[in-house]
Design a binder for this molecule. Structure first.
Ligand SMILES: Nc1nc2c(ncn2[C@@H]2O[C@H](COP(=O)(O)OP(=O)(O)OP(=O)(O)O)[C@@H](O)[C@H]2O)c(=O)[nH]1
Ligand SMILES: [Mg+2]
Length: 310
């Protein structure tokens, strides 16, 4: 039997929740004096949850509206509540509402973050919702990158527009929009290269793609999705910083929230940037990507009932 979505999520957040639960252990029954509150706050920061959320939990605990000798589980329930508040505001699936069609989704991110796999998973998700999907192989830097997307397109059963290795990505995007418009495609998802020499080159490449898109449809790209690798922890945050500057990110997808991920960084990203987090990925199969439930994830992080809903 394959591992369930919930079990994969548990895996991806294990490092965060184990750390959090471990650091809070033994606080049950202790008075919540300044020193204990400091310990709780530090434990949350050490779990990658971000300083603002940690401070909010501390404030809630210090309010004194709880029993003075609060039990450990009580502390974790407060953590879950505060994390849920942060995540609730950003957990938003991508809506397909562009008119005229197609809705163009540009997918960006550093190399290896999971862009191409995420595109396949997104295409599968949209197909399941009965949208007509097309892919564009805008990462022309490696023949393997084009081949990888082609293989996915065949497996999922969606059309793809490609060009030669080393070819002009903007030209491929131009052709793709033309074709997608002609056959009434709902969603066009564009892969891009993460492997460019430097920031300037990356900026130029993405700007060129955006210019070409805008000429065909001023509203395109409708979405600029930054794909982040959850195993890189805090590094994911600096990637948001860079890509916001070079490409105008409209939303995030966090991948690799399975195995050795440091899932807490999801909360830190939500708290710091407030960008919508459209979906999370928990593996390499096409059905390993979904929008997420803020309550389920926050309970997993806080180590409550294995995160299950009551
Ligand atoms: N465990 C796990 N692996 C993933 C996930 N998403 C992608 N991968 C793997 O991570 C590796 C890189 O994924 P790609 O989709 O090729 O990443 P990319 O950003 O397109 O990489 P470049 O094209 O080289 O820039 C591959 O081996 C994927 O199978 C995920 O959610 N979980
Ligand atoms: Mg790729």
């Amino acid at each position: 039997m394959s591992t369930s979505w919930h079990d994969k999520l548990l895996g991806g957040f294990r490092r965060t929740s184990d750390r959090l639960v471990g650091n809070l252990a033994g606080l049950g029954g202790a008075r919540l004096d300044e020193e204990t509150l400091d310990t709780v706050e530090e434990a949350l920061i050490a779990s990658d949850l971000g300083p603002a959320t940690a401070a909010k939990v501390r404030d809630r605990l210090a309010e004194g509206t709880f029993e003075r000798n609060m039990e450990e589980l009580g502390i974790r329930l407060v953590v879950a509540e505060e994390v849920e508040k942060v995540l609730r505001d950003v957990a938003k699936p991508i809506g397909i509402d562009a008119f005229p069609r197609p809705q163009v989704i540009l997918v960006i991110g550093v190399n290896g973050s999971g862009k191409t796999t995420t595109i396949a998973k997104l295409a599968h998700l949209f197909l399941e919702q009965d949208y007509a999907v097309m892919l564009a192989a805008g990462d022309t830097f490696r023949a393997a990158a084009i081949g990888q997307l082609k293989t996915w397109a065949e497996r999922i059963g969606v059309p793809i527009v490609t060009g030669p290795e080393g070819g002009d990505a903007a030209g491929i995007v131009w052709d793709a929009v033309k074709q997608a418009t002609a056959i009434g495609t709902d969603v066009l998802i564009v892969d891009t290269a993460g492997r460019l020499q430097n920031k300037r080159e990356l900026m130029d490449e993405l700007a060129k793609i955006r210019r070409v898109l805008g000429r065909l449809n001023p509203a395109a790209p409708h979405d600029v999705l930054l794909v982040l690798d959850a195993t890189t922890g805090q590094n994911a945050l600096s990637q948001i910083e860079v890509f916001k500057e070079v490409a105008g990110v409209t939303g995030l997808v966090m991948t690799k929230l399975d195995g050795t991920a440091r899932g807490g960084v999801l909360v830190a990203a939500a708290e710091r940037y407030g960008l919508p987090i459209h979906a999370i990925g928990v593996g390499e199969q096409m059905d390993d990507l979904r929008p997420f439930d803020a309550r389920e994830v926050s309970r997993i992080i806080a180590g409550i009932d294995g995160g299950k809903q009551r």
